[in-house]
Design a protein around this ligand. Structure first.
Ligand code: CP
Ligand code: NVA
Length: 300
């Protein structure tokens, strides 16, 4: 593995190897066992969109691994004034040991990897959010022990999260059911990939069918970053696509609830369900551990 651009690029073995290392690094951190695998290394973090978890977990993760992280807001970089990504990639490759980038177009991340000569990590694009999915898989395994016996259900927008979760969960052996409005299906690349999994994959606009007997119920916002102008239209289209106690009643009694955060209570998830599932915050914590594993694999 040279980069982390999207879940479609990872082999099943690579995913489990990251999850195993993440578990070990979490153990080390909790027990104050030194794990400074990246002493002297620098990660550049380019942000074209807002972030709480991704920014803080990458920065803290690099520090805990003995390296450092540079926060590079696109407003302050020449990239924000039109310097081509090809040039930015070649220049930053001379200074840094790796780049994490959060941006809009997946192509920009792919181009950074193509023109640069250091590992590139996708910290969210409109198409994918692989760092989040690795933390999610880690969390599900922590709670449920194994992945390949589970039914995973996602409710809501067929966005970056749905795209990445469907691929990550199928690759690790789960049954996947997506409950999305017809006009908001996941990306065609993902649906084509999922076809290869036969009846282990289901896409429906009936959320109760999607959630039936699920072990994990996942949801995300109705309007993602960059879609602010579509908010009103989306509020109408997603009405009813809510993880509430009525929906939870059709899932397994011990079903987990997950959310990448930030959450909009009363929209994609009810206050009651959100507040009664503390695993959502273990999931957020695991961003740190899963990303440290990715950093060690790519920069170590
Ligand atoms: N889940 C996630 O990526 O959160 P941030 O947008 O806060 O980084
Ligand atoms: N789908 C959301 C995820 C945020 C972590 C967004 O792209 O804004």
């Amino acid at each position: 593995m040279k980069h982390l651009l999207k879940m479609l690029d990872l082999e099943k073995d690579e995913i489990f190897s990251i999850l195993n290392l993440a578990d070990q690094l979490k153990f080390n951190q909790k027990h104050n066992i030194p794990h400074k695998h990246l002493e002297g290394k620098t990660l550049g973090m380019i942000f074209q969109k807002a972030s709480t978890r991704t920014r803080v977990s990458f920065e803290t993760g690099m520090y805990q691994l003995g390296g450092q992280a540079l926060f590079l807001s696109s407003n302050d970089l020449q990239i924000g004034r039109g310097e081509p990504v090809q040039d930015t990639a070649r220049v930053l490759s001379r200074y840094l040991d790796g780049i994490m980038i959060r941006t809009f177009a997946q192509q920009e991340v792919e181009d950074l990897a193509k023109y640069g000569s250091i590992p590139i990590i996708n910290g969210l694009t409109d198409f994918a959010h692989p760092c989040q999915v690795l933390a999610d898989l880690m969390t599900i395994r922590e709670y449920k022990g194994a992945l390949d016996t589970l039914k995973f259900c996602y409710i809501g927008d067929g966005n970056n999260m749905a795209n990445s979760l469907a691929v990550g969960c199928l690759k690790t052996g789960m049954k996947v059911s997506l409950g999305c409005p017809k006009a908001y299906s996941p990306d065609k690349q993902v649906l084509d990939f999922a076809k290869g999994y036969g009846d282990k994959f289901e896409l429906t606009d009936d959320i109760y069918e999607a959630a039936k007997d699920a072990d994990v119920i996942y949801t995300d916002v109705w309007a993602s970053m960059g879609q602010e102008k579509e908010r009103e239209q989306r509020m109408k289209a997603f009405k009813g696509y809510c993880v509430d106690s009525k929906l939870m009643a059709v899932a397994k009694p011990d079903a987990m609830v997950m959310h990448c955060l930030p959450a909009h209570r009363g929209e994609e998830i009810s206050e009651e369900v959100f507040e009664s599932h503390p695993e959502i915050f273990d999931e957020a914590e695991n961003r740190l551990h899963a990303q440290k594993a990715v950093l060690v694999k790519l920069l170590g």
